[in-house]
Design a protein around this ligand. Sequence first.
Ligand SMILES: C[S@@+](CC[C@H](N)C(=O)[O-])C[C@H]1O[C@@H](n2cnc3c(N)ncnc32)[C@H](O)[C@@H]1O
Length: 220
Amino acid sequence: MARQKTRRFEETFKAQNVIEENKPHYMQMKGNWNRDFFHNDQPITLEIGCGRGEYSVGLARIYPERNFIGVDIKGDRLWAGSRQATQENLGNVCFLRAQVQQIEDFFEPDEVSCIWITFPDPRPRDRDIKRRLTNPRFLEHYKQLLKPGGMVYFKTDNTPLFEYTLEVLSERTDITDLEYTFNLYESEYMDEHHGIKTKFEQKFHDLGEDIKYLKFRFDQ
Ligand SMILES: C[S@@+](CC[C@H](N)C(=O)[O-])C[C@H]1O[C@@H](n2cnc3c(N)ncnc32)[C@H](O)[C@@H]1O
């Protein structure tokens, strides 16, 4: 297992579509993703906590006219998305290995058109509330990066995290167009699922959990 992880780290380090520490351009991407990586002017979607990057890769397949960047701190998970994108020759998707807390080091204000947050860790303990990826301090980061009117999409199997997120959003005065469902698969929003199931979505759906989904914009 340890050997497999090492091999994956080595492959990821060589992969052109993974931006990570100790690689050229790592700290020079801010404001330059389209110029230096994608070489076009397409709108950028971020997938926060992308894991194996199923959404980034899946959406990149469906929308060649958009660019996708999956962000996660775990290199061995990013390896899977990076490999898939390489095998399919998808030039409109790449991965950033970084802490979401540092996201403003990598993107200029208004550089991002849309954000997906896919099945983040629920962090149920009170002392970990600050680490939930829908905590107010993370929302402030997302607001900074997003162009005016940019949508945020959020999916989870976890009811307490979903309710927490709705509460956080309801306490703000800058949220608009909020829509949500406690059962995506039985809802009018099913088209927005795009037929893409992440690893965690599959796991919890198989265990009988309803998939919760919401979307909103920041009122800039
Ligand atoms: C439960 S997994 C979900 C992965 C994937 N989105 C899915 O649905 O299968 C949560 C992911 O978020 C990443 N993550 C959690 N907190 C993070 C942070 N602060 N910065 C970067 N990645 C983070 C973890 O490394 C993990 O891969």
